[in-house]
Design a protein around this ligand. Structure first.
Ligand code: AMP
Ligand code: FE
Ligand code: FE
Ligand code: ZN
Length: 288
């Protein structure tokens, strides 16, 4: 037995986190995390720097990504233990970032036509190395807060740019099957991220897990900062029923999501035990 903990869902400045990949590794170490996965939205740009730092400071680093997909609902799919140099994966992610660029342009046009004054430059200067390919709604929300359109960035989502709100613009996404297939082609495990974002209901979760198993996914997140204990327990019960692994992490974004603490999941109540990570390693060697 060990009481080591892991965090297999972390964002850096390569997408919408506020710590650089190197800082993220250091912060994970400071917080007692033994194995950490970098899982930026639609990019592996931070992976190399993250793994290098993990190696230096002596924690286990996992190469990952979080891809946005769409079928009946929007879903986020984590790829863990990917070969982040895989050419097909890299070019698929490039395609998705081009869609992000096009969406960002459209969203700024729409906002500026409707009484807001938000420039491309203001958005991309929200982070170092920012471009319209690697920024998004989080950064637009920050500008809206800075310019006094909303009291805090979270209000921008609530009133203007959250899903289904008047200034929300969707972007091209791939199917979950395609994303999972590509992750596995690149040697990774395909994991449904935070299923709580799709449903809170046990019966629907059961059907969803059956569906992703059919699509060839390897597992689902059971541990997540947004999951209640009840939802966590349901996931722990239903995942094995469908021969799916369970994983998890905080979904830490640094100051962009100040309530989410690194290493902490299930509404602040739990951490992710090292055994979760060991099970993934075992699965990669021997299958379910
Ligand atoms: P984008 O990928 O540019 O469409 O932006 C999506 C990101 O915005 C997510 O990954 C979250 O980090 C953040 N986000 C989405 N909805 C909300 C919300 N309601 N409040 C705060 N942040 C949000
Ligand atoms: Fe995010
Ligand atoms: Fe997500
Ligand atoms: Zn995430």
């Amino acid at each position: 037995m060990t009481n080591k903990i892991v965090d297999l869902h972390l964002h850096s400045t390569a997408s919408d986190g506020t710590l650089t990949p190197k800082e993220l590794a250091d912060f994970a170490k400071e917080n007692g995390i033994a194995a950490a996965a970098i899982t930026d939205h639609d990019t592996v740009d931070g992976v190399e720097e993250f793994l290098e730092e993990c190696g230096k400071i002596g924690i286990e680093g996992v190469a990952g990504v979080e891809i946005s997909a769409e079928s009946d609902h929007q879903m986020h799919i984590l790829g863990l233990f990917i070969d982040y140099r895989n050419k097909q994966l890299v070019s698929m992610l490039e395609r998705l970032r081009k869609a992000r660029y096009e969406r960002n342009v459209k969203m700024l046009e729409l906002l500026n036509k409707n009484g807001f004054d938000i420039s491309e430059n203001e958005v991309i200067s929200q982070k170092e190395g920012g471009t319209l390919y690697n920024t998004g709604r989080v950064h637009i929300a920050q500008v809206m807060a800075q310019k006094g359109y909303v009291p805090r960035a979270s209000f921008a989502f609530k009133d203007y740019i959250g899903n289904g709100k008047p200034f929300y613009v969707s972007r091209f996404k791939l199917s979950p099957q395609m994303c999972a297939g590509m992750i596995q082609y690149a040697g990774g495990l395909a994991i449904l991220a935070h299923p709580f974002a799709i449903t809170h209901k046990k019966k629907v979760l059961d059907e969803l897990l059956e569906q992703i198993k059919e699509w060839g996914f390897d597992g689902t997140e059971a541990y997540h900062s947004s999951h209640s204990i009840t939802f966590f327990e349901r996931s722990m019960e239903l995942a094995p029923k469908h021969h799916l692994l369970v994983t998890g992490g905080s979904d830490f974004h640094g100051d962009n999501k100040p309530k989410v603490k690194i290493g902490v999941v299930n509404k602040g109540a739990m951490t992710v035990p090292y055994s979760v990570y060991e099970r993934l390693i075992e699965y990669r060697q021997r299958g379910y």
